[in-house]
Design a binder for this molecule. Sequence first.
Ligand SMILES: [Zn+2]
Length: 130
Amino acid sequence: MSIPEPEITPVNQAHWQGLREGRLLIQRCAACGHHWLPAREDCPNCLSAGGDWVEASGKGRLVSWVVYHTAFNKAFAGRVPYCVAIVELAEGARAITNIVNWRDGLKADQPVELAIEEEDGITLARFRAV
Ligand SMILES: [Zn+2]
């Protein structure tokens, strides 16, 4: 069973295209400078319309994580246990993602770096603890 496909919309299309090109694109508010993920039409900080696409540095820190030992979706049954984490990018945006090397041990605030991976034809922004 393949993993669930993301719903590509006009609002988030640039993000998914960027990943296929090896870049993590996030939105930046022209009015207040706030960066965010996932894609949306209005700035979550000041509600200004729009958001310019900018390439994230790929650097960040581990905010929190959990290791799933149960597959709540059948598509993930073959991967348990696996790690789901909140990563705060250097630009300030937070992403819900996977840590690819979580078995090596994780610490809160640990530095992480982008690790783009392809699975079932879908390019995903995962992270590696460093
Ligand atoms: Zn804003």
